[in-house]
Design a protein around this ligand. Structure first.
Ligand code: NAP
Ligand code: MG
Length: 507
């Protein structure tokens, strides 16, 4: 043994690695993992995809189709139907029929059974769903496999449990379903947002017409196959694919009882105006510019991972991304150095590679928006750090992780949602100043507080105007925890008992 060790010690190869690893920051060499690419050939993608109306895939009356692409390669994956106002009308009529004739007649226990069946089938087909989500959306397989799809199943399980216990959620009150609900969702969590919308609506006894985002219809259409397999009665869930005009036709349809929207604040405002003066109920889950506050007494290495998880994983395509970092002044320099070192280690690239930390930006348009805002940050005098060692693929839509330091609240970057892997950093001296800066935004979706002092966390969390405040962690979701925003981040809550209220008439 002794001889072997002595031999190893004198081996020149080992010595050079040891020396290299002592180098810090951007100088440190990158040791690449061998690629570990998730196979995708077992996932069949139809060349042309119909609308899902009345339990069947049907051709659009419009006769129009558009392409959905793989953002990691820029290649076309399939054609998706563009639903016209006539198609939307058919879907709403079908959902109404299913509501009147079937879904409002069956027992709550039976509704719960369908939801359980759907949840189990999602688990059985979890790898297929994760791969499809990654191919169409660009998010790393690690995220779709370990976060998105398990949460999708969890959402159906959770609401399956509620279906026949709704009276316990609202004791002493009378409850009734609303009827037909129209739901419009974004591209950043296509399957998960569909689950957040469909599961509570069905558990509460409503039928659904849902429109996924233009760039990410495939995984939601796969969910339709699961509904068929689960034997969900025809017309209880209908899917109309298309762009903004399809969403607008759905929201404006006169025979829906409720609109549930997740997306940008800009479109949320248009929808609020369209629904004003009607009898339709409305919930809006909109954008964010969430603050991550780190005090000097926090466990800094854990906080660093929280920051990385909060803004860089999933390419910053998270409504509640911790996109504004507020550091206590005493630790700012050291923390920024740590952050720089950590950024040099992040791997950007093939979303199907299990080692990838940051996948592809969902579309060319989104990438252009991000690049424009980064340029604006530079023009306004922000100090940009982008790890030069971080390689990005030549094809597809990719953005290196980066941050701006010395950014004041007046910078455009501090105020607008970037929706990419771009962080802004500023400092504070007192908890009061941290709260003031964190609340200085038109949004109010989420926040993170890092400190070892429980009392400090409670005090600060209580003063933050954000729908969700995480303490010593970030981006943790559970179907039982209500989620939603303040101010321009939205109205109403999704998840938990609060989320049920949005799909019931409670008297
Ligand atoms: P978006 O542009 O607002 O689009 C959202 C959905 O609305 C899409 O399906 C879109 O269709 C549709 N739409 C567009 N114009 C419409 C109109 N006039 N009437 C009805 N529907 C219309 O948002 P996005 O870019 O897809 O998603 C990113 C945004 O979603 C970010 O702001 C993010 O913060 C927010 N988000 C919020 C939450 C939350 O829980 N608070 C969760 C996830 C995402 P097209 O796809 O064809 O445009
Ligand atoms: Mg796509």
């Amino acid at each position: 043994m002794t001889t072997k060790r002595a031999q190893k010690k004198s081996s020149p190869a080992v010595t050079s690695i040891t020396q290299k690893t002592r180098l810090s920051g951007a100088e440190a060499p990158r040791f690449e993992y061998a690629p570990s690419v998730q196979s995708s050939d077992f996932v069949q993608i139809e060349k042309r995809n119909g609308l899902f109306i009345g339990g069947k895939f049907v051709e659009p009356k419009s006769g129009r189709y558009f392409a959905t692409i793989n953002p990691a390669t820029g290649e076309k994956l399939a054609e998706i139907s563009e639903a016209s106002a006539d198609d939307v009308d058919l879907a709403v009529k079908t959902a109404r029929k299913a509501y009147v004739n079937v879904w409002s007649k069956i027992s709550a226990k039976e509704r719960g059974r369908y939801l359980f069946r759907i949840a189990r089938l999602i688990q059985e087909r979890s790898r297929e769903l994760a791969v499809l989500e990654t191919i169409d959306n660009g998010k790393p397989i690690r995220e779709s496999r370990d976060v998105d799809v398990p949460l999708v199943a969890a959402h159906f399980f959770y609401h399956a449990g509620w279906a026949d216990k709704l009276h316990y959620a609202f004791p002493g009150q009378t409850i009734a379903p609303l009827g037909v609900v129209g739901q419009v969702i974004p591209w950043n969590f296509p399957l998960l947002m569909a689950a957040w919308k469909i599961a509570p609506a069905l558990a509460c006894g409503n039928t659904v017409v849902l429109k996924p985002a233009e760039t990410t219809s495939l995984s939601v259409l796969r969910l339709a196959q699961i509904f068929q397999e689960a034997g969900l009665p025809d017309g209880v869930v209908n899917l109309v694919t298309g762009a903004g005009a399809t969403g607008s036709a759905l929201v404006g349809h006169s025979d829906i009882n409720k609109v549930a929207f997740t997306g940008s604040t800009e479109v949320g405002k248009i929808i609020a105006r369209a629904v004003a003066g009607t009898n339709k109920r409305l919930t809006l889950e909109l954008g964010g510019k969430s603050a991550h506050i780190i005090f000097e007494d926090a466990a800094l290495d854990q906080a660093l991972e929280g920051v990385i998880n909060g803004i860089y994983f999933n390419q910053g395509h998270v409504c509640c991304a911790g996109s504004r970092l507020l550091l206590e002044e005493s630790i700012a320099k050291d923390f920024i150095d740590k952050l720089k070192r950590r950024l040099t280690k992040l791997r950007v690239g093939n979303p199907l590679d299990k080692n990838t930390d940051i996948g592809a930006i969902n579309s060319e348009g989104e990438l252009k928006k991000i690049k424009k805002l980064i340029q604006l940050g530079c023009d306004e005098g922000g100090e940009l750090y982008e790890p030069k060692t971080c390689k990005i693929p030549e094809k597809g839509y990719f953005q290196r992780p980066c941050f701006f330091s010395n950014v004041s609240s007046s910078f455009t970057l501090s105020r607008v949602e970037i929706f990419g892997p771009v962080l802004t950093i500023s400092t504070f001296r007192t908890p009061q100043e941290a709260v003031l800066k964190a609340n200085d935004t038109p949004y109010g979706l989420a926040a993170g507080v890092w400190s070892e002092k429980g009392a400090k966390i409670h005090k600060v969390a209580g003063a933050l105007k954000a729908g969700v405040v995480w303490a010593n962690t970030y981006n943790k979701f559970d179907p039982s925890a209500p989620f939603g925003g303040y101010n321009e981040s939205g109205w109403g809550r999704e998840g938990g008992r609060h989320g049920l209220m949005a799909y019931l008439d409670v008297k």
